[in-house]
Ligand binder design. Structure first.
Ligand code: FAD
Length: 317
């Protein structure tokens, strides 16, 4: 089923969903299942699986450093297929511009179609660690909107290089990213919203937001998006703080503000066990307020570990 169909079928009831990260290359999928198992009790209609782009690594070889380009967490589509069939839930692979040519994207979408995966999240991806700015991959897309257009085309049976008479249409439901606190590269909030509207006009069916810790930021974002003419569902993304280091890391990586009350609580915690509890409590309060506001889905960033998401879901759903 498509995400938009799940939302319609819920008839105003808020759904629970979460995002997982593939294991590091050489890891075992069982670890993922062990994290997913306890969350299935809360009946997620869909689970997102992230994609990480390639990075340069330096390998010691005969006293020299060998520079290699490698993807550390491959397997997104395979994981989506295995979760879909093991648990009987829909899965949403994240598809990136960065690191993929248009042809590779088309093959990936065809794999999704054969595997019965009907939803995809279209993202640009970030710059590689070695780059200051995002640079499009040779033969790839520059912005998420271009990816949306390619997926939309395929949904209408238009392949990159039309070669057969009967191109089979693969009607995907397309999600895109939105930023309640503005994307870090956007020159203004208004401009970022205009870009979001362009993605929706190009064919995106729903939006999932970047994490935020102050619900007012989400409410203001949804209101501003409405004024801009964006009418698709805007799903809030929630991440519980888990370690003290997140106070520096999250603003730096995701360009967001943390409420002073949360910062004070984390700073006064005696260790990371206490920080984790504070993060869970904060996310529960956030979730309950969003639930009352009638958001379509509460979508949690699990970052590989599910026990804190389970603690939140237990209180909220
Ligand atoms: P875009 O929509 O392309 O926007 C990028 C920037 O360009 C914005 O500042 C926008 O305002 C601007 N812009 C857009 N169009 C144009 C244009 N035509 N001309 C000029 N400027 C323009 N990253 C991963 O690597 N893997 C993941 O699995 C992943 N999952 C994510 C899930 C969610 C819900 C979110 C919110 C983010 C996720 N990300 C992921 C991070 C994402 O890839 C980065 O935030 C990235 O920097 C931007 O992606 P985007 O799709 O929003 O890009």
């Amino acid at each position: 089923m498509k995400i938009t169909e799940h939302i319609l079928a819920a008839k105003g009831k808020t759904l629970f969903s979460f995002e997982i990260v593939p294991p590091v290359k050489g890891g075992n999928i069982q670890e993922l299942y062990d994290n997913i198992d306890p969350l299935m009790e809360y009946k997620p209609p869909f689970i997102d699986v992230t994609t990480s782009r390639e990075e340069f690594v330096y390998i010691q070889k005969e006293g020299l450093l060998d520079k290699k380009l490698t993807r550390m967490r491959p397997g997104t589509v395979g994981i989506c297929a295995s979760i879909k069939h093991k648990y009987g839930v829909d899965t949403v692979p994240h598809i990136l511009c960065g690191g993929f040519s248009k042809e590779e994207t088309e093959y990936l979408l065809i794999d999704c179609q054969y595997l019965g995966i009907e939803n995809v999240m279209a993202l640009r991806g970030d710059a590689m660690a070695a780059q200051r700015y995002f640079e499009p991959t040779l033969g790839g897309h520059a912005y998420a909107i271009d990816l949306v257009k390619q997926i939309k085309n395929l949904s209408e049976g238009k392949y990159l290089h039309e070669s057969t008479d009967n191109n089979y249409a693969a009607p995907f439901c397309i999600g895109v990213a939105g930023y309640p606190e503005k994307h870090l590269e956007a020159p203004s909030m208004q401009q970022d919203l205009k870009r979001l509207k362009e993605k929706v006009d190009a064919g995106a069916h729903y939006v999932v937001t970047q994490m935020f810790f102050d619900n007012q930021k989400y409410f203001d974002f949804v209101a501003a998006a409405k004024v801009m003419g964006i009418t698709v569902p805007i799903i809030p993304g929630i991440k519980p703080i888990a370690i003290e280091k997140h106070l520096q890391l999250l603003p730096q990586v995701f360009s967001l503000d943390l409420p002073q009350e949360l910062i004070d609580a984390v700073c006064s915690a005696k260790d990371n066990i206490a920080v984790r509890e504070i993060g869970i409590e904060w996310a529960i309060t956030q979730s309950k307020e969003l639930l009352v506001a009638g958001v379509p889905v509460l979508h949690y960033y699990s970052m590989g570990k599910s026990s804190n998401i389970e603690a939140i879901a237990k209180e909220v759903f």
